[in-house]
Ligand binder design. Structure first.
Ligand code: ASP
Length: 292
């Protein structure tokens, strides 16, 4: 299952969000069909979403207060509980691919800013120019905020969706990941929930996988992804667990967002308290389900 963020998706943007989610789901499925692991599938699906300027991840991300893109991403392997994450990177086109390198080739879980980019260089990953991540759409929204004061209205109809994926493979291995440009006009250096293990994502093959989206400052307060997995471990149905977490996000976190879940039987759960959330998944009969 993949998501393209929980927000007020204007009618004009909805088809592009659906198409992007479907293409990402298919990229992940192709790998699973060829015997790839859940980790491969989640990485591939999220890379497609990062490359799609309609989402707030990779190219097309929100600009921060100083007009820069700073990206966060995480990838977690539910078999080993190993995770790799990066935060506040400015020269990485696909932060999820760098998160995979951190997962596999570093003894750390989270690398930030210049250190993360130095690690990318060491790993032979190309660095891009910061401007390559900026789209005209996002620049226009940022200029409106700079000139008239920040307002979410200035971003209406420009891409706003963090992206994420959860997958289970033929061996029962579960993986989850999330990638974002963060919130619009965020303070430089601000890092939200996304790259934090247990907040932006969590995966444990003995219970399930989760990917979060929404206001990071609220999601962190309730450690949303790990809390959702603990509900699954306690026997909750994925849909009930997702609904409970979103209720908590509103009541205790005082924020808006969404979560997608997969349990170890491959059952899906998804809930959000925003007007919409973009998503795509396969139901138990193999049918494709897309957000409206
Ligand atoms: N959770 C992301 C953040 O706070 C934003 C989002 O999901 O829309 O950085």
């Amino acid at each position: 299952m993949v998501h393209g963020g929980a927000w007020e998706i204007p009618g004009v943007a909805a088809p592009a969000c659906r198409t992007g989610c479907r293409r990402a789901l298919e990229a992940g499925e192709r790998l699973l069909d060829r015997g790839g692991s859940a980790v491969d599938a989640v990485e591939a699906a999220i890379a497609v979403l990062e490359d799609d300027p309609v989402f707030d991840a990779g190219i097309g991300s929100h600009l921060n207060l100083r007009g820069k893109v700073q990206l966060d991403a995480i990838l977690m392997d539910g078999e080993t509980l190993e995770a790799g994450a990066v935060a506040a990177v400015e020269r990485i086109r696909n932060p999820i691919r760098l998160a995979r390198r951190v997962l596999e080739a570093s003894r750390h879980i989270l690398l930030v800013a210049e250190g993360a980019e130095e690690f990318a260089r060491e790993q032979g990953m190309p660095l891009c120019l910061p401007d390559e991540l900026i789209t005209e759409w996002q620049l226009a929204a940022w200029l409106r905020c700079r000139d008239a004061g920040h307002s979410s209205a200035h971003h209406f109809a420009s891409p706003q969706g963090t992206v994420g994926a959860v997958a289970i493979d033929a061996t029962g291995r579960i993986a989850a990941g999330t990638s974002t440009g963060g919130t619009c006009c965020k303070y430089p250096g601000r890092v939200g929930d996304t790259p934090l293990i247990g907040c932006g994502c969590y995966a444990d093959s003995t219970a399930g996988g989760a990917s979060s989206t929404g206001l990071g400052e609220a999601i962190m307060k309730i450690v949303m992804a790990k809390s959702a997995i603990e509900l699954l471990r306690g026997g909750a149905e994925p849909q009930a667990a997702a609904a409970r977490m979103i209720q908590l996000l509103g009541e205790r976190g005082r924020g808006a967002g969404g979560v997608i879940l997969l349990d170890c039987q491959g059952r899906i759960g998804a809930c959000f308290n925003t007007p919409q959330m973009a998503y795509a998944y396969r139901d138990s009969t193999g049918g494709l389900v897309l957000s409206p």
